[in-house]
Design a protein around this ligand. Structure first.
Ligand code: ATP
Ligand code: MG
Length: 412
């Protein structure tokens, strides 16, 4: 894409009321637009990155047998009343409204109830199990705190997968596979080294559920980490009994601020019993389906990558989630330079390489500052030297390392 045609512009200042580093940088670089506190729109660059994160998660969910669907945002009050999660006294972050046709509806905060009900039409026998279904969908939560930019939205994208099994053993096997898939997701987006699987409350067999916590000063959570054993606990489970169980000495735990980027949760039969999701086992007896839920916020994850990896000059994207692989920056409006830069752009984009080409007639300093802010992993500088020699400077955004390469070497 030619930058002269990209309608988004970089800007010097983020909105005065924006306190989060992730949103400040993403707004300045033209990735997101702030609609109001906790509500953001994704502009072309931002959507490219978000879609890459989504695709990584999709691949990993498909690899463990997930089947993608897409549920409605509008929710049925009657259904949620049956699990006692409609009442504002029980769940305080619904966005609700009265319908002109009569009655109330609300925007989905999560989707255990509607999916469990959908499954009552499809699961009747042990032969129908297991089932694993997931979606990417905007969730709506009337969040009070909105100081974390895109990491805590009132409207935000979530990947939510739900598992349906005939027994707790089968559930636990899938839960372990989901845990491994989550580890792969956080590795692939470049956060593996700083993301800890953290024990939290809410288990059936093993007594715990797990949160995926990325260490960051921007985190709203506190985790307690035994670095040597690479074990991590949240506050809820930090008891002497639990520490003894894992052979962990409280003196070896270090408190760290962290961002909850995902979690995996045992639901047991809470929803299946409340909503009548049962199956006939091999002996013909009716049994409730054993469920689990597995969430990741792709938008929160995008904000976390920014918090973790950006520097004083701007965004720094790992290759797997960058909006483009290369940023060609031409210097000056010399005809030979433009012709060389155009030809390189055509060659790379023609071969399917994702390239942003800064073909604008601006001073070198401005173009470099914009390029640093936008954070594409590799910058190719095209000046008079390159036009004369055919050797291009390729600059690594993260490390600053410079290599000299021909167009064919870059393509290879
Ligand atoms: P938190 O405690 O941070 O509010 P949660 O426990 O409410 O999170 P879940 O309901 O389990 O989170 O949601 C699953 C995932 O969705 C979270 O792990 C997180 O990645 C993401 N998420 C939750 N709330 C938000 C939000 N307000 N904005 C963006 N992402 C969110
Ligand atoms: Mg929450």
């Amino acid at each position: 894409m030619r930058q002269s045609e990209l309608f988004t512009k970089t800007r010097r200042e983020a909105p005065a009321d924006e306190v989060a580093k992730n949103a400040q940088l993403l707004i300045r670089a033209g990735y997101v637009h702030k609609e109001m506190a906790g509500v953001y729109s994704y502009l072309p660059l931002g959507l490219r990155t978000l879609n890459k994160i989504v695709e990584i998660i999709r691949q990993e969910m498909n690899a463990i047998g997930g089947q993608e669907l897409f549920m409605s945002a509008l929710q049925d009050k009657e259904l949620w009343s049956r699990t006692d999660r409609w009442d504002d006294a029980k769940v305080d972050n619904w966005f609700k409204t009265t319908m002109k046709s009569g009655g109330e509806t609300g925007l989905g905060i999560t989707h255990e109830e509607p999916l469990t009900r959908i499954m009552t039409s499809h699961i009747a026998s042990y032969r129908d199990l297991p089932a694993r279904a997931y979606q990417f969908q905007n969730k709506f939560r009337n969040e009070l705190r909105a100081k974390s930019g895109i990491m805590r939205g009132k409207e935000f994208l979530m990947k939510d997968l739900y598992s349906f099994d005939a027994s707790e053993e089968a559930h636990e096997t899938f839960y372990a596979a989901a845990r491994d898939a989550y580890v792969r997701v956080f590795d692939r987006v470049g956060l593996g080294d700083r993301t800890y699987v953290t024990f939290a409350s809410g288990g059936i067999f093993s007594e715990f559920s797990e949160e995926f916590q990325t260490v960051s000063d921007a985190g709203e959570d506190l985790i307690y980490v035994d670095e040597e054993k690479r074990l991590s606990f949240n506050k809820e489970v930090l008891t002497d009994d639990v520490l003894a169980k894992f052979g962990v000495d409280r003196a070896n735990l270090v408190e760290k601020k962290a961002i909850e980027v995902g979690n995996i949760f045992h639901l047991g039969t809470r929803f299946s019993e409340a909503l009548g999701l049962t199956f006939k086992d091999e002996q013909g007896a009716d049994k409730p389906v054993v469920m689990g839920s597995y969430g990741i916020g792709p938008t929160r994850l995008m904000g976390t990558i920014v918090e973790a990896l950006s520097d004083e000059k701007g965004l720094v994207w790992p290759e797997e989630v960058a909006p483009f692989a290369y940023h060609i920056v031409s210097l000056g409006n010399d005809d030979a330079v433009s012709a060389t830069a155009d030809a390189l752009y055509e060659k790379l984009s023609g071969a399917g390489v994702e390239v942003l080409y800064d073909d604008r007639d601006l001073r070198a300093g401005e173009k470099f500052a914009d390029s640093d802010l936008i954070g594409i992993p590799k910058r190719i500088v095209v000046g008079k030297d390159a036009a004369a020699t055919g050797m291009f400077e390729v600059v690594n955004r993260a490390t600053g390392a410079v290599l000299k390469k021909t167009a064919d070497e870059i393509l290879a």
